[in-house]
Design a protein around this ligand. Structure first.
Ligand code: CTP
Ligand code: MG
Length: 414
């Protein structure tokens, strides 16, 4: 799983102001908007992998951006308090991008409970919302229907509401293997909804001696009943490394293949150096052109740009521009590679055919594959270099020039 790069796409701008109105046009008062406490102060130790799970990407977006985005699209959602670990404010702002100015960021505590306490303290404005949803950012997907069920329970007067799922597997006790009847057991997810005053009271009263892994148990300890609504498997939490791929699959986040093709021709002239696939080949003729005239790389660049619909080599590096005179074509290939990364893509495979009578390509094929793979930052088994003659026919047959054609397959992250 990649980390969130600077080119990762931020979640769409929330524009919460336009949501101050209900869909049917009636003005919504601040008190009816539902606050969100989004928890992202954990270390994600069980998930491993370099940085906390909420900052890692799932497809194009960070887990945190997805969690925030899936809540923020709902028109009832109001102020958002994002809880992060000490010193991680700027990392969190980068991960949520454009939404940053609508989201208050506070520093969390050593436990999940302490992180919620910090957020609740931040939610005391002049007219605080009546209700709040507390959500683990490690749950990147909240289906709208689940959100509607939670909000409906709050609107109906519940002190608190939790999304639950039945337990499907047989459960046994670790020490003796004795079966624990699963009928009476439920799995509890987030978001969990509460009356904000009750959540605040629960946190005020909870003794630090005792830990709580969710907020419902704390509000229940005050003597309030907690409503239950159906949860959703797509809303499960990322806990271990395998959960990234599992949740991506459950939520239909799949890379989409795109294909591009490229074609180029350069004239052969005596006494010029011959560059093909980024290596210089000893030959009595070389290719003429504005840059180093590496016809193979030029075809490949067009195929790569074609796969992401990003113009062609002449558009990005006009021959009329003196800057590109004598430029090694490796520069153009590295540019195309970076554009693909910026489009949220990765190169799955490239296939290149060089069309000429001479020189013979076979002896150079491996060196060419290695060089191209190196420039594209992919393994050599993702690079194919082939060659053909045209049986003496046409301009290639007459050795007036060399042609190249290429295909590139790029996977765009979902
Ligand atoms: N969380 C938090 N503050 C803490 C601990 C946890 O805000 N001090 C948040 C996490 O960021 C996560 C959610 O609570 O979104 C659920 O916790 P968990 O799945 O346990 O996440 P981590 O504590 O980050 O993971 P681990 O326990 O594997 O280290
Ligand atoms: Mg934890």
């Amino acid at each position: 799983m990649k980390t969130l790069g600077k080119n990762a796409e931020p979640v769409p701008r929330l524009a919460l102001s336009h949501k101050r109105r209900l869909p049917y046009g009636a003005a919504m008062s601040e008190v009816d908007r539902i606050a969100v406490v989004l928890l992202a102060a954990g270390r994600g130790e069980r998930a491993g992998g370099g940085e906390p799970k909420q900052y890692r990407t799932l497809g194009r977006l960070s887990v945190l951006a997805r969690a925030l985005g899936s809540l923020a699209v709902h028109e009832r959602i109001g102020p958002v308090v994002l809880v992060v670990a000490p010193g991680e404010e700027s990392r969190a702002r980068a991960a949520i991008g454009q939404t940053a100015d609508e989201v208050r960021i506070v520093t969390g505590g050593a436990t999940r409970r302490e992180s919620v306490t910090a957020a609740v303290a931040a939610l005391s404005g002049d007219e605080p919302p009546r209700h709040v949803l507390v959500h683990d950012s490690a749950r990147p997907f909240v289906p709208r229907a689940a959100l509607d069920r939670l909000i409906a329970a709050l609107d109906a007067g519940a002190a608190g509401v939790i999304p639950v799922l039945a337990v499907a597997d047989t459960l046994v006790r670790r020490e003796d293997g004795a079966v624990v009847p699963r009928d009476g057991l439920l799995r509890v997810q987030t978001p969990q909804g509460f009356r904000l005053d009750l959540l605040r009271e629960a946190h005020d009263r909870w003794g630090a001696a005792q830990e709580a892994t969710d907020d419902a148990q704390m509000v229940r300890a005050l003597g309030h009943e907690i409503a239950m609504v159906e949860g959703d498997v797509r809303m499960e939490k990322i806990t271990t490394a395998d959960d990234f791929a599992r949740l991506a699959a459950l939520n239909g986040i799949a890379a989409e293949p795109r294909t591009g093709t490229g074609y180029d021709v350069h004239r052969l002239e005596p006494g010029r150096p011959l560059w093909l696939c980024g290596i210089e080949i000893a030959h009595d003729h070389g290719l003429s052109g504005h840059s180093d005239a590496d016809v193979a790389i030029h075809a490949l660049v067009d195929a790569l740009l074609g796969a992401i619909g990003d113009g062609d080599i002449g558009f990005h590096f006009p021959p009329s521009d003196a800057r590109w005179r004598g430029t090694p074509s490796s520069t153009f290939l590295e540019f195309a590679r970076d554009r693909i990364a910026q489009h949220g893509g990765r190169i799955a495979h490239v296939d290149l055919t060089i069309i000429c009578e001479a020189p013979r390509i076979g002896p150079h094929r491996n060196a060419m594959r290695e060089r191209l793979a190196n420039l594209l930052a992919v393994d050599a088994d993702r690079v194919s270099v082939k060659a053909t003659t045209t049986e003496g026919l046409g301009f290639t047959g007459r050795r007036e020039g060399i042609a190249a054609q290429a295909t590139a397959t790029v996977l765009i992250e979902g």
